[in-house]
Design a protein around this ligand. Structure first.
Ligand SMILES: Cc1ncc(COP(=O)(O)O)c(C=O)c1O
Length: 409
């Protein structure tokens, strides 16, 4: 029976990445598509050990409801790590534990966006944020973004042209999908503009700790003297995503509103998951685990870039990220990455076409490659096959100007 649904459901579509991830379940598929951390590096035995301890010592407590704000010890550990690592000055009472950063994105939409309001974002930006915000029926204002971050002139122009801007959403470190990081100058200039217009900023930072080279830069949160920045951190990419434990750090008045919004969503994040992570942090050296992740991902990135240099035809450009999980490829303007994907899947290689990362559409000549989830051998083989597909596409294009001519080949 057809039932009437709320208007907000009109704009919601199944994430294209989830659809592609289903295809990657085919045996033998080399997936450069998802954003999964390397499962072989999850500290399974240590988590098992910690879980036994937590259930043994405080079983009745961790299986019970718990406060919305989150476990006090975990909040204290998170505030301490942030301040030591990023030069912020947050306390445990500025932290709210969330069920993944994904929940913090949804709550941000709930807090700041009425239908028709505008959200400023990088172009391209994280698909999961686009989908979370869409439920609140905003307009998306994409700001031009280059290798140093948002273009400040375009930012000023966008704000002047859109009086209903209510929120800015940015990923200044090793962005998903582009792998780019903002320079210090852009971070400062961006914040100046936000302060002048009193626009709250959601700074999403799942990848900042996964730096392979160069000096760490301060997050916007560390540069913010006005309490405008809501910092999102997560254990998904530095520990394991399955526990769904993340956090936000915000000025007290804002954090209080997030607490109320979260109460309506899930009352609190998993009591057990929070204690598992707090006890893990107390007993083991998470920074040593992160160092292994960094080294592994750096080697995988290097293999990917080296094989791209060897096998990709000319006329294709790509980013060289200094950290994170992704790099970003631009094909010539008339080549559609969705067509390339169809050929690439035939060759057993999956990636994500870039068009979905632009909330207002276009840019179909772009694609995202992930280098965290596959071994170096699989990455090399996957990129060789993709290089061959691209070689055929580019040769065909040079001959006929039509990529579709390859269909069925
Ligand atoms: C930029 C960005 N934000 C948020 C998330 C969601 O993270 P979580 O697992 O903490 O919900 C991801 C996951 O890939 C991401 O790339």
């Amino acid at each position: 029976m057809d039932v009437r649904m709320a208007n907000r459901m009109r704009e919601l579509k199944a994430s294209e990445i989830r659809e592609i991830l289903k295809l990657t379940q085919r045996p033998g598929m080399i997936s450069l598509a998802g954003g999964l951390p390397a499962a072989e590096l999850f500290p399974v035995e240590r988590v098992e050990d910690v879980t036994k301890q937590v259930l043994g010592e405080e079983g009745r407590h961790v299986l019970q409801y718990s406060p919305t704000e989150g476990d006090p010890r975990l909040r204290e550990l998170i505030a301490g790590r942030m301040n030591a690592r990023w030069g912020t000055s947050v306390g445990p009472d500025d932290i709210l534990i969330t069920s993944g950063s994904q929940q913090a994105l949804d709550l941000s939409g709930k807090l700041f966006l009425d239908p028709g309001d505008a959200v400023l974002c990088e172009s391209p930006t994280y698909l999961g944020a686009i989908n979370a915000f869409k439920a609140y029926e905003p307009q998306f204002v994409e700001v031009k973004t280059d290798n140093d971050g948002m273009d400040i002139t375009d930012l000023e122009r966008s704000i002047a042209a859109n009086p209903k801007v209510r929120l800015a959403y940015v990923i200044p470190d090793f962005q998903n999908p582009s792998g780019r990081s903002w320079s210090l100058e852009r971070r400062r200039a961006f914040l100046d503009v936000m302060v002048r217009h009193a626009i709250p900023v959601v700074e999403d930072n799942p990848y900042g700790e996964l730096r392979f080279e160069g000096e760490p830069l301060p997050p916007l949160k560390a540069l913010d003297a006005h309490g405008l920045v809501i910092f999102l951190g997560t254990f998904s990419k530095i520990f394991c995503p399955g526990l769904r434990i993340a956090w936000l750090a915000a000025a007290p008045a804002l954090r209080e509103k997030y607490v109320m919004a979260k109460q309506g969503a899930d009352l609190h994040s998993s009591s057990l998951g929070q204690r598992q992570i707090a006890v893990y942090l107390d007993r083991f050296d998470l920074d040593a685990d992160i160092e292994i992740l960094r080294q592994t991902y750096r080697r995988r990135r290097d293999v990917m870039l080296r094989t791209m240099e060897e096998t990709f035809p000319s006329g294709i450009s790509y980013t060289r990220p200094k950290g994170g999980l992704f790099l970003w490829v631009e094909l010539p303007g008339d080549v559609n990455a969705r067509d390339v994907l169809a050929h690439s899947l035939d060759q057993g290689v999956a990636f994500v076409p870039g068009g979905s990362f632009y909330p207002n559409g276009g840019h179909e000549n772009t694609l995202r490659l992930n280098f965290s989830a596959m071994s170096e051998e699989r990455i090399e083989e996957g990129i060789r096959r993709l290089g061959r597909v691209l070689g055929e596409v580019m040769a065909e294009r040079a001959g006929t100007g039509r990529v579709e001519a390859l269909a069925g080949s």
